[in-house]
Design a protein around this ligand. Structure first.
Ligand SMILES: *[C@@H]1O[C@H](CO)[C@@H](O)[C@H](O)[C@H]1NC(C)=O
Ligand SMILES: *[C@@H]1O[C@H](CO)[C@@H](O)[C@H](O)[C@H]1NC(C)=O
Length: 428
């Protein structure tokens, strides 16, 4: 009898929910049962079983962080004028309004040595007004300031690191009004990251200032397994390069950790290269779409003072950004690949309101038709779905069932929101 009731229940509800309680928040993730006998996806997009066990509770990162970082375009060639002009440009272009709030200074802001009191000090040639003045300026624009240090003896560009100086450096950052810390992994003396990253978490917390804590451990010791209780995001891979090969490799490596991400703590496949010149328009569009889908931090890495119209079009796509910032906070993932070398790929993830974000991604060098079958999305084939194209900004269907196909150019992707209009299941 009990067995029959369960079967009947499943027959009535194609979507049921579980509630994950985290940091006082309740995240309700829909569970679509995958039916036996249907094509099994590579991964269940509703699997969040590893998320939320020990989230860092500093109240930040309810959705992935958005902003800009100096490294990918400027590397060490930074100064306070560039940072201020970037803050100005984020406002004047409208990017700040779309959510790009953090203005993050990467390596090379600091002097080569600590000062006579043992404190970090900004490079007096490039940041003569100091970081406090810069923070005040950035705050006056309604933006937030990020800074960079290293869980080692030195930063990667051989400035002083914060290892064994955590309380002093955290206090200094807080006194300057810093809102975000990217914490790198160079010159780490061979000490395991699980020992080097928590002291800075505790030091930041002890300042009383709410500071976003971004771990940059390069994925060496599988931080998804332990960093949830340490930081608001953790790098899952080596540094991105401005190439198709690097971007696709990183997307695949990061995918493995999808079930660990969620509000409060995100997998970080590194910052955006869109606009830096090493990839085509279609490749950058894929880069941005996939980063949005997988709930990666959206940290612009180009010179926002001097963007092309194409670059701006990509990073200002509000519908794609809203997928990234969706309150459900479930990382999208690769659900199916087929064809020569697995070139035809379907990536997808659940969104709030029983919707799905779906990306059809052509990883090969010839135009192809890619088909997503409902089974790989956890939908029953009779479910009727309306489909909004997030790059064309229009509905391409109001009632598709069973599967959806689109022509996708080489290295391009198409991105959609699927809204199931019926969730009935045929009783068998
Ligand atoms: C410090 O940590 C506690 C416990 O996780 C948290 O409630 C509090 O908000 C944190 N404070 C800051 C400033 O991050
Ligand atoms: C702006 O970007 C273009 C390339 O898109 C470059 O040729 C030009 O030098 C840049 N201008 C400035 C002022 O950086």
């Amino acid at each position: 009898m009990a067995k029959i009731n369960v079967i009947m229940l499943i027959a009535i509800l194609s979507v049921y929910v579980i509630s994950v309680s985290v940091s006082g928040r309740d995240r309700v993730v829909p569970i679509h049962p995958y039916l036996s006998g249907e094509e099994k996806p590579i991964s269940n997009i509703y699997d969040t079983t590893n998320y939320g066990i020990f989230q860092l509770e500093n109240g930040l990162a309810a959705t992935p962080q958005m902003g800009w970082n100096s490294w990918n375009f400027f590397a060490c060639d930074i100064n306070e004028k560039v940072i201020k002009e970037t803050a100005d440009a984020l406002i004047s272009t409208g990017l700040a309004k779309l959510g790009y709030k953090y203005v993050n200074i990467d390596d090379c802001w600091s002097d080569l040595l600590r000062d006579s009191k043992g404190q970090l000090a900004p490079d007096s040639k490039t940041f003569p007004s100091g970081i406090k003045a810069l923070a005040d300026y950035v705050h006056s624009k309604g933006l937030k300031l990020g800074i960079y240090s290293d869980a080692g003896a030195f930063t990667c560009q051989v400035r002083p690191g914060s290892l064994f100086h955590e309380p002093d450096d955290a206090k200094l950052f807080a006194s300057w009004g810093v809102d975000y810390l990217k914490y790198d992994n160079c010159f780490n003396l061979g000490i395991e990251p699980q020992k080097r990253y928590p002291p800075m978490r505790d030091a930041l917390n002890a300042t009383g200032r709410t500071i976003f804590y971004s771990l940059c451990e390069w994925g060496v010791d599988d931080p998804a397994l332990w960093a949830g209780k340490v930081g608001n995001s953790w790098r899952t891979t080596d540094d991105i390069k401005d190439t198709w090969a690097s971007m696709t490799t990183i997307a695949d490596l990061n995918d493995k950790w999808a079930s660990y991400a969620g509000p409060g703590g995100w997998n970080d496949p590194d910052m955006l290269e869109v606009g830096n010149g090493g990839m085509t328009y279609q490749e950058y569009r894929s880069h941005f779409s996939i980063w949005a889908l997988v709930k990666a931090p959206l940290l612009i890495g180009c010179d926002v003072r001097n963007m092309t119209a194409e670059t701006f079009e990509i990073i200002s796509n509000e519908e794609v950004i809203s997928v990234n910032q969706d309150p459900l906070g479930v990382q999208g993932r690769k659900v199916h690949e087929y064809g020569l070398n697995g070139c035809s790929q379907i990536w997808a993830g659940p969104l709030s309101g029983q919707r799905l974000a779906v990306v059809l991604w052509n990883r090969c060098s010839e135009t192809t038709i890619i088909t997503a079958k409902w089974a790989s999305l956890g939908l029953e084939s009779s479910t009727s779905v309306s489909i909004k194209d997030l790059w064309k900004h229009e509905y391409v269907s109001l009632n598709t069932v069973a599967s959806f196909s689109a022509r996708v150019d080489a290295h391009a992707c198409e991105m959609y929101i699927f809204t199931p209009s019926t969730v009935t299941r045929s009783a068998s």
